[in-house]
Design a binder for this molecule. Sequence first.
Ligand SMILES: Cc1cc2nc3c(=O)[nH]c(=O)nc-3n(C[C@H](O)[C@H](O)[C@H](O)COP(=O)(O)OP(=O)(O)OC[C@H]3O[C@@H](n4cnc5c(N)ncnc54)[C@H](O)[C@@H]3O)c2cc1C
Length: 344
Amino acid sequence: MAKIFALLHTQADGSFPKASLETLAAAVNLNTQLGGTLTVGVLGLNAAAAADAVAGCGAAAFLAVGDQAVSQPRYATDAAAATALIQAAGAELVVAPNTSRFARCLPGAAHRVGAQIDTHIVALCGEGGAVHAQRWFYRQRILGSFSRPARPWLLLVDGGVNPAWQGAAGAANARPVAVAFTAEEQRTTVKGVQAPAADAQTIRPDAALLFVAGAGWTKKQKDGQAHIGEAGVLIQAFLRNAKASLGSSKSLVDIRSEGQDTLNFMSHMNQVGQTGSTPRHPKGLSTCCHGEEPHVVGWRFINERRAVNLDPNCGWAQGKADVVYVADAFEVLNKVTAMLTAVP
Ligand SMILES: Cc1cc2nc3c(=O)[nH]c(=O)nc-3n(C[C@H](O)[C@H](O)[C@H](O)COP(=O)(O)OP(=O)(O)OC[C@H]3O[C@@H](n4cnc5c(N)ncnc54)[C@H](O)[C@@H]3O)c2cc1C
């Protein structure tokens, strides 16, 4: 009988991040398909209390490492705790969230327990006792399905592809797993967190809409002038009202590094495409962006695509968008934002 281990971590307030609950849903599903035994392991601040929140998931046992040493993410202590949890569970298949915390420490833990590890898993399926995993290759162009005979096998599940687990809380009676953390492992300390103010944060992975701005916003318009200041005000008002996430084409963010006048609230972090990111949102709206292939490949996981472009022959009109509005994006955004602000 397959021994499945859902290895989860808590976040700064001691609760589970969404990615942990999504991973738990994937592990519960896999366990049902394989008819195995499920164990849940929790690492981080308030680990035992967090286990209580998922007590109804059907796990046969719960394990926890909630020592002060793992209250903050740190490679050395996280790798030691994850190793101890995997060993205590006698895990064969370890399913864990592909968060930055685990992406950093689990390859080391896998090496220590003699396991193999795969990252960015987007689907898991158990059939006839075999486990099949899927992940994208070559910048999201090829979807691969594969299996491994090696055990333990660690699988890091991407966020946003499974629904978050929901169910009854209860008494999980998580068994504390003892880890002898050394002073050397605790040398690195987190002194503080530098993060942009909440309203300055333009990348919102949970937003229903991805709004993408292209270099056209900075180009000379029909009056022969560029209107970068107006573009910035319009885009930020739209983002605020639509609660959208902000993406960019490469050309637009490159303008900044070339020292030209451009939109100062975006950086290469916003870039979508082959050399940028591949965000997941139900809808996407592209504005003043031509829709070239190296950019559009980053739209792989955007379900419904619309674009606003002055050019009826732009890339979006070549089968890359569901709807193309051949229109001036300044005018469109002015009207849409007025409509959004009129909604009570
Ligand atoms: C190896 C490689 C990797 C790359 N990786 C990426 C990547 O990751 N991401 C990426 O984005 N690009 C990438 N590129 C670059 C990509 O090929 C394009 O050059 C880039 O995406 C073009 O950006 P753009 O559409 O914003 O600008 P432009 O091509 O300059 O298009 C601007 C558009 O704005 C429109 N426009 C102007 N004014 C208005 C208005 N008032 N209303 C409506 N529309 C208007 C114009 O009609 C035009 O279509 C890559 C290229 C290579 C070779």
